[in-house]
Write a protein that binds this ligand. Structure first.
Ligand code: SF4
Length: 130
């Protein structure tokens, strides 16, 4: 089942009856998670999304192994990186964003975290040696 962010993302604001309805959907998608305050992210990239107007269910396969069709569409999308970073920032737990499934995004986040921790340790060690 697509989240509100996914529905907005794929179907676009035109799907909604009014600007107010579209805004309500967006605000729901962007509500603070875990008490974190967030500023409104740049969403202009969505206007160039290759998935615009497609059935959101393509991007919500029943199983991650069935994400091939979505990944093919994403592979040729001009805003793939922005889409992926948006999903990571929002901690989107479902669906294919930026060509990655939810499990793949979780692995990417863990890899990035490990890299950042290693860089911090190296920086600390460098400072300690001076
Ligand atoms: S990368 Fe995929 S999910 Fe993201 S905007 Fe492009 S086509 Fe849509």
């Amino acid at each position: 089942m697509p989240t509100t962010a996914e529905a907005y993302h794929h179907e676009g604001p035109d799907r909604y009856e009014s600007l107010d309805a579209a805004t309500t959907v967006l605000l729901e998608a962007l509500r603070p998670r875990r008490g974190r305050r967030r500023s409104l992210p740049d969403m202009r990239w969505m206007a160039r999304a290759r998935c615009r107007g497609l059935d959101p269910d393509i991007f919500h396969p029943p199983d991650e192994a069935d994400a091939g069709e979505a990944k093919e569409i994403c592979a040729a999308c001009p805003v793939r990186e922005a889409c992926l970073e948006f999903a990571i920032e929002l901690r989107e737990k479902d669906g294919v964003w930026g060509g990655l499934t939810a499990d793949e995004r979780r692995r990417l986040i863990r890899r990035r975290r490990r890299r950042a921790q290693a860089a911090a340790r190296r920086a600390e060690a460098g400072i300690a040696m001076r």
